[in-house]
Design a protein around this ligand. Sequence first.
Ligand SMILES: [Fe+2]
Ligand SMILES: [Fe+2]
Length: 193
Amino acid sequence: MQNPTLQHPQLIDLMRMAYSAEKAAAFAYQGHAGSVKDKEAKIRIKQIEDDEWGHRAEVLELMKQYGVSVSRWYEFRFYVVGKMISGSCYIIGWFMPYYFAGRLESGNVCEYFRMKQYFNSLGIHAHDKMLYDMGIKEKEHEIYFLEQIKNKKLLPFFEKIFAWGDKKSLNNIDLDKKYPVEESDVYCKMDKK
Ligand SMILES: [Fe+2]
Ligand SMILES: [Fe+2]
């Protein structure tokens, strides 16, 4: 069921996946917010959950515009993933939900910059700002989670095993030295997927 107007199978797949993965993230944050005791943390994580629902709505709008259908397989798969992570937050302690949320966000950042690059490769620039903002928002999420665990003793150990932490990121965005949307093509080019 491919849209004839959007000749880019990778872009179509990426939109379908991002749409469903946002749901998994939102579910995961429900469990995370529920499992932490700190009130401020609960509020911040709930905000992040709302951001993910917002992203999901924005991706759906984009899909509708190009006649891209929702993948029932991704919807099922990410439903299960999200609910499993959500439940696990109550049993794996304090550190790991923060760590894996940060690591996941770190990878998600590039999904939106890559989506922008795919659209651009088709000569479509109408969604640049929206996709840029979504990518930057994921970066802010990553930084929030990293800030919470930055000084924890477990971090260097996890960083070594899972290749994300204070020194290693899965993207090359630096919020302190942000490129404007027109020059943001340098983002996520290191990943040739
Ligand atoms: Fe998101
Ligand atoms: Fe996020």
